[in-house]
Structure formats: C-alpha cells, structure tokens
Design a protein around this ligand. Sequence first.
Ligand SMILES: NC(=O)c1ccc[n+]([C@@H]2O[C@H](COP(=O)([O-])OP(=O)(O)OC[C@H]3O[C@@H](n4cnc5c(N)ncnc54)[C@H](O)[C@@H]3O)[C@@H](O)[C@H]2O)c1
Length: 279
Amino acid sequence: MVRERSRCLNVDIEAPHMQQSARRLIRVFLMTNKPLALITGAAQGIGYACAQALKEDGFDLILVDINQDGVESAAKNMNATAAYTCDMGNVAEVQSLFDQIENEHQPIHVLVNNAGIAKPCAFLETPIEDFQEVLNVNVVGVFTALQRTAKIMVKHNVSGCIINMSSINAIVAIPSIPAYCASKGAVTQITKSASLALAPHNIRVNAVGPGSIDTAMMAGVNSDEAAMQKVMSRTPMKRVGEPKEIADVVVFLASNKASYITGETINVDGGRLGMNYTC
Ligand SMILES: NC(=O)c1ccc[n+]([C@@H]2O[C@H](COP(=O)([O-])OP(=O)(O)OC[C@H]3O[C@@H](n4cnc5c(N)ncnc54)[C@H](O)[C@@H]3O)[C@@H](O)[C@H]2O)c1
C-alpha cells in the first residue's frame, strides 16, 4: 500500500458546502507557487543528490522510494513537500501512488525517473525471477511513472520535463547484469519514443547515462581493489563520479537552458564510452 509518510505543508480546507475539486484547487494555490519535482529512488545515492540539487534550484519536492525510513529521513533533511513509500516495480502500487499524488498536489513539473536495481549474477545462473524483477522496476516502473506524469502534465497544460536515469550499460554490456543492460537499453528507446509523443504538448523527455558513480550500487566494486583497477583502466578521467555530477546534469535538463533538447541521453561517464578498450 502506498502511504504518504511526511508532509511539511498541509493546508486543511474543510468547508462542507465546497465541492471537492474546489477545495483541491484552493489547497494547491495555498500550498506553493514553486514548481514541483517528483524524484523516485530518492532515499540515497543519485536520486538523493538529484532531489537536493533540484531543491537548491527552487523546486518543491515529492520523494518516492521503497525504503520507508530512508525516504522519510531524506524528506526531513530537504524539507520536502511529501514523501511516499512505493515499490516502483509493482504497477498497482505505482498507479495508486499517482492517483494519490494527483489528488493531493499541484501538477508535477519535473519527473526524475531514477529508481533502479541491478541484481548481478553469473550469466548462466541468472534466475528468471531476478531478470523479471529488474525489468519490472527499471522498465515497467519507469514507463508507468512517465506515462502517469505525462498525463497529469497534458491535463493541466504544463510544459514539463521528464528525465529518465539510464546508464552507459544501455550501450556497453557487462555479462553478469544482462537484465540491467537490457533495461537501460529499453530506457533509451522509451525516452526517444516518449519525446516524440510528448513534443506537441511542450513536454521534453531526456535521459542521463551515468558511468561508474560512487553509490551503494557500486559498493561491491568500490571495495574491491582488483575490480576498481579494471574500472579505472577503462575510465579516461581515472576516478569514479560523484552523485552530484549526475544531479547537476539533471538540473540542467530540467531548466530552460535545455529548452531545445528532447529525446537525448546525455552520458556522464568520465570519458568511458569514447574509449576503445583494445588500444
Ligand atoms: N551508481 C552507478 O554507478 C550508476 C551507473 C549507471 C546508472 N545508475 C542508475 O542510477 C539510478 C540510481 O542508482 P544509485 O547508484 O543511486 O543506486 P542506489 O542503490 O544507491 O539507490 C537506488 C535507490 O532506489 C531505491 N529503490 C530500489 N528499488 C526500488 C523500487 N522497487 N521502488 C522504489 N525505489 C527503489 C533504493 O531504495 C535506493 O534509495 C539507477 O537507476 C541506476 O541504474 C547508477
């Protein structure tokens, strides 16, 4: 079940004669005049950094994560408008989350579709259930959130912006994460497809493709010297990236400075994709 976990602004308008829609409009008006950004997977890592950077850029925040304690704490740290616990891999939960958000908040201006999982395993041993789970979160969850957000934007005539978190694994593969590689390839194409469908509504859809970024997802590599040496041998800038270096690109894409960019994936990888490993 999707539950709202914390709210910093909550105006209660309970005049009994007033229609529900009128009450909602007044609530929206009183709540804020800042644009609203929704970030999934916001409890830690890249999602947390994106939320922080958007807040600094003047957005109000709705944070979503499967980790209830984590998303509550992030919302408190950032003075977010709301935080929700939701499994982005469960379509029914995601639909219910958006029903609730649509009822309780002003229209969303920016979606950062960031929640993602990898489930590494030897290729031949990869359980089909793990493969499916990765696709559910990284592809079906991303599409559902994108579609629901776009419907809200179209309905309210919002010239919004949607940013999907892809990966350089949309292009280069690793044998132990086949579902992850497939899912990020799908994110690239969902991004392009959505950009075409939504351009007539003045909604831009882009993606960011991080290389190796210092988060929990990379912890296994970061703590393994041999694995790290391998990654560095393929990274011209000879370091992993910081979550903020991804967040800064997200803020750029969400801004008017990116007003003519849509359907693109910007890779932020310290030069990795430009390198021919055989040289
Ligand atoms: N770290 C990297 O090197 C790297 C590289 C390329 C792409 N990415 C992408 O960036 C995004 C964020 O990754 P990160 O490195 O910050 O990882 P992370 O594991 O540090 O954070 C992921 C966040 O998503 C949440 N999450 C996981 N499953 C969820 C679900 N089913 N529903 C809702 N929330 C869920 C987690 O609780 C966590 O807060 C992912 O889409 C990932 O594929 C990361």
